[in-house]
Design a protein around this ligand. Structure first.
Ligand code: ZN
Length: 317
């Protein structure tokens, strides 16, 4: 396996091996969420680069020339898997022959996953939408880092434990504020079907204009059916996504208005990418805090003014 070769080159030589073992582990992650998990678990022992920044759609993303350079120089490459990075599958299968490459979500317990709407043999990749499932992802990232740097396994275990405790806090907060949304309002209308796990864990019906991938065009029939549903059920808020065009959402609002029913944008959610680098929303916890707080507030719950820990700063906070 490539892994054996990597260990040999990192730790095996008698000359300069101490310096190399002390150097941070170079990790490249595809999504910002996985990069965040690697930073939380790895701390100072890792140097993490995320390929996809804020607003980038992973379903459509293709590796750039500089991504390829970074990945071929990395000690460890973490990608999401579950067919999220549909345009990069082949590239990663090739890269796996030369580097240590881990498709993190492919290691999750399949019993916890939702099916895919378009492929009978695939799963819904949007597992970051609930912190309960994300805890399993953090554990997989911890395992991958520990495999790459066994001498740092204790540090990674301690960092992971601290982060998992933070995620437990996030789960408790989400359960608390989302349970305050009146039952008849628990409908989440978004641009694409990214929120299935969120709906399952927090008891919301989720309706995306597009399917699980953003790569399918939203049909006029689908928009028409959703407009009728918004009017019939008097749903008054829909949500735009940071990584998907809001074009079809505008069509939905105009369609409802034509039938005399006013629908507003309940806020912008981070669906497949996090907020700005260096901001609270640019961390996994901040991303989920933003989504949970935005959804709860727009659909009728009372929420703390700036979210779980008073750190939210986006529109509406
Ligand atoms: Zn998506």
């Amino acid at each position: 396996m490539a892994f054996v070769g990597l260990v040999a080159t990192t730790f095996g030589s008698s000359d300069g091996s101490a310096a190399r073992a002390d150097a941070p582990l170079k990790v490249v992650a595809t999504t910002g969420m996985i990069a965040d998990a690697a930073r939380q678990v790895g701390g100072d022992a890792v140097e993490v680069r995320a390929l996809m920044g804020p607003g980038v759609d992973p379903h459509a993303y293709r590796q750039t020339r500089s991504d390829i350079v970074a990945m071929t120089r990395a000690d460890l490459v973490l990608w999401h898997g579950l067919y999220l990075e549909a345009q990069m599958e082949e590239f990663f299968h090739d890269l796996a022959r030369k580097r240590t490459v881990v498709a993190v979500a492919d290691h999750l317990d399949k019993d916890k996953l939702r099916g895919h709407d378009a492929y009978a043999d695939k799963y819904d990749p949007h597992v970051w939408m609930t912190p309960a499932l994300w805890k399993d992802m953090v554990a997989e990232v911890q395992a991958a880092l520990s495999d790459a740097r066994p001498d740092q396994a204790d540090l990674f275990a301690a960092n992971a434990a601290a982060h998992l405790a933070e995620l437990d806090q996030l789960i408790a907060y989400g359960n608390d504020i989302l349970a305050q949304v009146p039952v008849e309002n628990r409908v989440l209308v978004t641009a694409h079907d990214a929120f299935g796990y969120f709906g399952r864990d927090f008891g919301f019906e989720v309706l995306g204009i597009q399917g699980i991938s953003t790569q399918s065009e939203a049909g006029l029939n689908r928009i028409g059916a959703l407009v009728d549903m918004l009017v019939a059920r008097q749903i008054s808020a829909v949500f735009v996504e940071s990584s998907v065009s809001d074009r079809s959402m505008r069509a939905l609002i105009e369609g409802a208005a034509a039938q005399g029913h006013e629908v507003r944008i309940g806020g912008e959610l981070f669906s497949d990418a996090m907020g700005a680098d260096g901001s609270y929303e640019g961390t996994y916890v901040g991303m989920l805090d933003h989504n949970m707080t935005t959804i709860a507030a727009a659909l009728g719950a009372k929420v703390p003014p700036k979210g779980m820990s008073g750190r939210l700063s986006g529109a509406g906070f």
